[in-house]
Design a protein around this ligand. Structure first.
Ligand code: SAH
Length: 249
């Protein structure tokens, strides 16, 4: 991190999908200089404790409170890292921090940086081959912050436009039947032969990759540790991999 030694700062950092080797040196440097780490409990648990570092784990769904607390500490002179898994700008804490900055000129003057990370869909695509090698859409299937109707519209349009698709939070705890409905929409729009990859706990010892057709896919193949990738009309298997050709149409 830049910044004078006695001034506080805030870094919003992505820890990558799980493997420590996928944490960027930039993120490691910020963590090494931090006085405080803020984030959702399992993500803060990935940061090694050390003298001089205070860990502030918090529960899910309190993103805005967490962002305000982090900004308050940075304003008081602390060196604060807000951690997300994957990339902090993908369905994660970066937007929450910027939302908390609205109307706060004092906080807007702080030294704030977003440090990117390897997001789940890119780690999953790499493990599978190159299913996102052509145009693709990325959709959060959780209905926590948007109504199901919006999810379904986006899903349908992305499928009609023949994008490959990556789905985060495929089975939300609050509405487990959502993913069954998503699969039904996909079968309608893409037919039963389209390839779908379930990538669970990518880059961790529990990593599991399963590629089937939409006709074979069942809702139970996904959980909250899974990112789901649906191919476009040209996505195919080669050997043990799945890839989307570089050209379309
Ligand atoms: N900011 C994160 C995404 C947070 S949303 C990122 O950029 O990756 C949480 C969702 O991310 C999970 O429900 C799952 O769909 C996906 N995810 C995160 N880590 C994953 C991993 N190691 N393997 C598979 N999916 C993962």
């Amino acid at each position: 991190m830049t910044g004078t030694p006695d001034r506080g700062w805030l870094a919003i950092a992505g820890l990558g999908p799980g493997d420590d080797r996928m944490v960027t040196p930039d993120v490691s440097d910020a963590l090494a200089q931090a006085t405080d780490v803020v984030g959702y409990i399992p993500y803060v648990a990935r940061v090694a404790p050390r003298p001089g570092l205070t860990l502030h784990p918090s529960d899910n769904r309190v993103e805005l409170d967490r962002a305000r607390a982090a900004l308050g500490m940075a304003a008081a002179g602390h060196k604060v890292v807000v951690v997300s898994s994957g990339d902090p700008g993908v369905f994660a804490m970066a937007s929450a921090v910027f939302e908390a900055l609205e109307g706060r000129a004092d906080w807007q003057a702080l030294d704030i940086r977003v440090l990117p990370g390897i997001t789940a869909m890119l780690a999953a695509a790499a493990a599978a081959g190159a299913p996102l090698g052509h145009d693709f859409a990325c959709i959060n299937l959780s209905d926590n912050l948007k109504p199901w109707a919006v999810i379904e519209t986006r899903l349908r349009h992305a499928a009609k436009a023949d994008f490959a698709m990556a789905f985060y939070n495929p089975r939300s705890a609050s509405r487990p039947e959502g993913f069954a409905r998503a699969l039904a929409v996909l079968r309608q729009e893409c037919g039963p032969d389209r390839l779908i990859t379930f990538a669970r706990a990518v880059s961790t010892p529990e990593q599991r990759l399963t590629t089937v057709t939409l006709g074979e896919a069942t809702p139970e193949m996904a959980d909250m540790r899974t990112v789901v990738i649906v191919g476009n009309a040209s996505t195919r298997r080669v050997g043990r991999w799945v890839y989307s050709p570089r050209s379309a149409g």
